[in-house]
Design a protein around this ligand. Structure first.
Ligand SMILES: [Zn+2]
Length: 695
């Protein structure tokens, strides 16, 4: 997941004015830069870079599989609290030599600052000592391993650290994901006294920690939203100042130095990626790189793979188009080889490219000084993948994804625990679901998605005007979102209201509505007594609203007239409300087929493509460019997928299909269904991806 009187005075002048934010309208991109190949790096621990013989062994391994990487990125440290400056200085002397050795063999080489402010408590005895403000939670507890980036002494330390690594003349410098506000063991921060003083300068109101906690969590919903939004902006400003500090320090020494930043889903930080990218580029607009990441450390539970790609897709969707080096974080921490199969590491990089990246940063090697032979099969596997990664990036480039968006925006964090509970114990503010796993096209930007999915409190991240506008577009929502929207006075646009909810023994039964096709009468029993979720009964409030399913109990008696329904409102917005397990258990044939049918109707056949056959597949489709469409999909099942039917909204009658060995086959259309051509791909092995390009 950072001299006193004079500095304090200067500091307050500095922090009282938030860095200037650019108007979003200035950032509309007219041209999309072409990216000709993937950008691949490996991140290397000091145990492999500092000993000369071990580093030579590493370079020999890369040379044996020449082309497996473009870049070799040296971690400053392996433990997660900030390093003393002397350690950074001593190591940088050696890093400079190692980077020269890497360049002599044809690699770009740079430095990854693992701890700008520090991740958490680890190896504190050998880490930075001194009088620093530490990341502080709302209760006043501190993380000894993380520094407050608003402390002037910390800022001096950060400047010194970046000055030292810049003077080692790397080709680029990466800032790691310790630059965030969630740090073990204290959770979300920073609520140190100094940060509260800055908040007072920003808002004009003084809080101590108790008062602020109360204001964030009690009182009216509107008041809670307002102060939470202000705190998100405070966090955005803090990180903007930090990036400005780093940028000015580095570029005053090496004006052309590319800077990269590693992220995760940064909801509490205010998700200000586009503005932070501008601060890292500086006023001269130098190159910025990005490394979106998330947690998927083993292949013990493979649902995490597509889940991480969705996290990464969200992160990429905010990045300015001129950022072309977007290397997904591929991490197998703590790097024990049998935790994740080489084939899954290979697929993971491809999956994240499908979701928007242009490359990968592999953090897969040992952290200790030991022979590398156990890693060679992984390097050999990744070497075989390089042509596929290059081909994917050449075909997909930085083109936008088109499809179904699970609603989120930069203010989504305010919606967490909004009705009740402690905001600072916030759950993840975006619904996790398996709808994408049945072959639906994932998209992450809220700019004109084919369909928007709304859950629970997610609407509270929008203004009334934004909600009203959204309801004139295709929306799939759960019953909680319906209730919230109706309560805000938009009931006329939803067509339904919630009548009741039951916590047990309900089964969904499909009606004979045409969108249910051959599945009228089929049942979906998600076993409420095991998998807790309320079943909502809906009522139509407009005579144009139609029922797609009802609820029955275990005797077959109808207990709810409408469980799921559709409605087209007077603004042209098509709405579907699902009151029974709207986000999970989508995997039986009848539900899977129904959802594809419903989403086609919702979008008015604007889905760019989907998997028409009954398979467990994750799909990412790019906006067409010059009439050509490119997409990628994964068979996310342990079974082979036979006769995968790709429904594609295109005028092309033929597609080229590439397997992960970059081997090409050609598939002709088997017919049409509305604006969709139907392409049947005969066979896809388990956990394999295909790249598809229309001819
Ligand atoms: Zn602080």
């Amino acid at each position: 997941m950072y001299r006193l009187i004079f500095i304090m005075a200067a500091f307050f002048l500095y922090c009282c004015s938030a860095p200037e934010r650019k108007d979003d309208t200035q950032k509309e991109i007219t041209g999309i830069p072409a990216v000709s190949k993937s950008s691949i790096s490996f991140r290397i621990a000091p145990a492999l870079s500092l000993p000369e013989s071990r580093f030579k062994e590493l370079l020999d391994l890369f040379d044996k599989y020449k082309g497996v990487t473009d870049e070799i990125t040296l971690f400053t440290n392996v433990t997660h609290a900030p390093l003393p400056l002397d350690s950074i200085r001593n190591r940088s002397v050696i890093f400079k030599q190692r980077m020269e050795q890497a360049r002599a063999r044809g690699y770009r080489a740079g430095i990854n600052v693992l701890t700008t402010i520090g991740h958490h408590n680890e190896n504190l005895e050998n880490s930075l000592q001194g009088v620093f403000e530490h990341i502080t939670n709302i209760e006043g507890q501190i993380s000894q391993g993380s520094l407050c980036p608003n402390d002037p002494s910390v800022q001096e330390y950060i400047k010194d650290q970046y000055r030292i690594v810049t003077e080692a003349k790397p080709d680029y410098i990466w800032i790691d994901d310790d630059v965030r506000f969630g740090h073990m063991p204290v959770g979300l921060g920073c609520f140190c006294n100094n940060c509260l003083r800055i908040f007072k300068e920003e808002t004009g109101k003084e809080y101590n920690r108790d008062m602020l906690k109360k204001a964030l969590n009690t009182g009216g919903q509107k008041e809670k939203q307002e102060i939470r939004e202000k705190w998100l902006q405070h966090n955005r400003n803090t990180l903007s100042r930090l990036f400005k500090l780093i940028e000015e320090t580095v570029h005053s020494i090496q004006p052309e130095m590319p800077l990269g930043f590693m992220t995760g889903d940064r909801f509490f930080e205010g998700y200000d990626f586009d503005n932070w990218a501008d601060f890292l580029a500086g006023t001269a607009g130098k190159e910025v790189m990005w490394r979106p990441g998330g947690g998927y450390y083993t292949d013990f539970n493979n649902g995490g793979l597509a889940g991480k790609s969705h996290d990464i897709g969200r992160q990429v969707s905010l990045l300015p188009r001129h950022i072309t080096s977007i290397q997904s974080e591929i991490e197998c921490f703590p790097y024990q080889r049998l935790q994740k199969a080489a084939g899954m590491v290979a697929l993971e990089a491809a999956s994240h490219i499908a979701a928007g990246c242009t490359g990968a940063a592999f953090n897969v090697f040992t952290m200790t000084d030991e022979p590398l032979n156990e890693y060679e099969p992984l390097i050999a596997k990744l070497y075989t993948m390089r042509p596929f990664y290059d081909l994917m990036v050449k075909c997909l480039g930085r083109d936008s994804l088109s499809g179904i968006q699970t609603f989120w925006n930069k203010n989504s964090a305010v919606t967490a625990n909004l009705v009740a509970g402690n905001w600072l114990d916030m759950p993840f503010p975006v619904t996790n679901h398996t709808i994408y796993d049945i072959g639906m096209p994932a998209a992450y930007s809220n700019k004109d998605p084919a369909v928007t999915m709304l859950s629970g409190n997610s609407i509270f991240a929008m203004s009334r005007e934004e909600i009203e506008k959204l309801l004139s577009t295709p929306v799939y929502m759960d019953a909680e979102a319906l209730q919230q929207i109706n309560d805000m006075g938009f009931g006329e646009l939803t067509g339904f209201e919630v009548v009741k909810s039951e916590d047990k023994d309900q089964i969904e039964k499909l009606t004979d509505h045409p969108l249910n096709k051959d599945f009228a009468g089929r049942e979906r029993d998600c076993r409420q007594s095991f998998y807790k979720s309320s079943a909502f009964t809906l009522k139509a409030t407009d005579n144009k609203a139609q029922s797609l399913s009802r609820l029955i109990d275990y005797s077959g008696k109808v207990t709810g007239v409408i469980a799921m329904g559709i409605f087209e409102n007077k603004k042209g917005g098509r709405i579907c409300v699902s009151g029974y397990y709207p986000w999970t258990f989508q995997e039986n044939l009848s539900r899977s087929a129904q959802m594809k049918s419903v989403f086609r109707w919702l979008s008015g056949d604007r889905l760019p493509g989907y998997i028409g056959s009954y398979h467990k597949i994750n799909l990412w489709v790019r906006e067409p460019v010059d009439g050509k469409t490119a997409l990628a999909f994964t068979n996310s099942s342990f079974d082979p997928a036979e006769n995968v039917t790709l429904m594609l909204r295109t005028k092309s009658k033929k597609i080229r299909v590439y397997d992960m060995g970059a081997k090409e086959t050609s598939v002709s259309s088997s017919g049409t269904d509305g604006p969709y051509e139907k392409f049947i791909i005969p066979f896809v092995d388990p956990w394999q991806m295909r790249l598809v390009v229309t001819e």
